[in-house]
Ligand binder design. Structure first.
Ligand SMILES: [Zn+2]
Length: 354
């Protein structure tokens, strides 16, 4: 075996170390010059073949070379890693002073805003919200509400019929029918179910020719209050309270006779237009007044259908077109835009609501 030459080993190591500029290359240098198969390890192993008198000097020189290699590797490792971190920081640099991207804020849908207002008002009167299916049987949409087959009211609301004799509900009064049905069963079982104060709200469907002001789907809100001893005075008081709570304390309100099959007598409630206060403008189509509520005393036939004695209990029922209320509140006359997914329009309407 050749005589170990520490200077040659160091020279080869330094040449390799200089060329290594990444942590991975440095690791290769470390393995090549200090690993089990490195020339340095081989030289240390071969010491026993060196003549005894020279051995201490050679061993000392090899140990010194080994320490030099370890120290140089440690120093190079620190330098290369610092350079790698600096390069990463440079690549991932962020300008913290750059302006952010503006995220447009959405707004609650105007119909939802009005629905929540209606609910808030009715909750103050002790009403609780109830919901029901949008695909209904004709019993709940018509028969139970005193609209039998061949009744002209079935034509008043052209109805979307679906398979299996079902229909898309044409009013949220269907929910009242279901509430009365459930209460009638509990009444028959001997329970005291009064008073009943329920609000129902949601989508209703009419088979209308769709244009800017007529839609096949819109939103309604209804309330029913059943108790002993309710009179027309309760109805008027409740309606005036609801109308003023929704349209402002000083708002002028007027009642007019109306016809609805499931109430008798029936009334319509007008409020003075929010935009012209009765003078007439485009938002009220020149009328000065806007009909916002339909209402009445629950028809005795409706009570009898569900097992209530109309001589003992009376009830008031009322419904609002929430879509129409949004139109009146915002002044939008083309209500179709309420149901189109143009967020600029919806946001502008919501911000403009009184
Ligand atoms: Zn007006």
């Amino acid at each position: 075996m050749a005589r170990p030459d520490p200077d040659a080993l160091l020279a080869a190591f330094r040449a390799d170390l200089e060329a290594a500029t990444t942590p991975a290359a440095l690791e290769q240098v470390r393995v090549a010059h200090t690993g089990r198969k490195s020339p340095l390890k081989a030289a240390l192993k071969g010491l026993r073949e060196v003549p005894a008198e020279e051995r201490p000097a050679v061993a000392q020189a090899l140990n010194a070379a080994s320490q030099t290699v370890e120290a140089a590797l440690a120093e190079a490792k620190a330098r290369v890693e610092a350079a790698a971190i600096a390069a990463q920081l440079d690549a991932e640099w962020q300008d913290l002073s750059a302006p952010g991207l503006a995220t447009p804020r959405g707004a609650r849908h105007p119909v939802h805003v009005i629905e929540q207002r209606c609910l808030d008002v009715l909750r103050r009167l002790g009403f609780t919200p109830e919901s029901g299916p949008e695909v209904e049987g004709p019993f709940y949409n018509f028969d139970a509400l005193n609209i039998p087959e061949h009744h002209p009211a079935r034509d008043m609301q052209d109805t979307f019929w679906v398979d299996g004799g079902l229909l898309l509900r044409s009013h949220t009064t269907t929910v009242q029918a279901r509430v009365l049905e459930a209460a009638g069963k509990r009444l028959a079982a001997g329970e005291d179910v009064l008073p009943i104060r329920v609000a129902s709200l949601g989508r209703v469907y009419r088979n209308e020719a769709v244009d800017a002001t007529h839609l096949a789907m819109f939103h309604q809100f209804e309330g029913i209050w059943i108790d002993r001893g309710l009179t027309f005075a309760h109805l008027k008081g409740t309606l005036a309270f609801v109308a003023r709570a929704l349209f402002g304390e000083g708002r002028r309100v007027r009642f007019k006779p109306k016809y609805y099959p499931y109430t008798e007598p029936s009334v319509g409630v007008d409020v003075a237009c929010m935009h012209c206060d009765g003078a007439g403008c485009h938002a009220c189509h020149g009328a000065g007044w806007v009909t916002i509520l339909g209402a009445g005393m629950v028809h005795p036939k409706v009570f009898r259908t569900f097992g209530f004695d109309p001589g003992e209990v009376t009830g008031i029922a009322f419904g609002l077109g929430t879509t129409r209320m949004v139109a009146q509140n915002t002044g939008v006359t083309k209500i179709r835009s309420l149901y189109e997914p143009d967020q600029r329009v919806l946001t502008a309407l919501q911000r403009g609501m009184a």
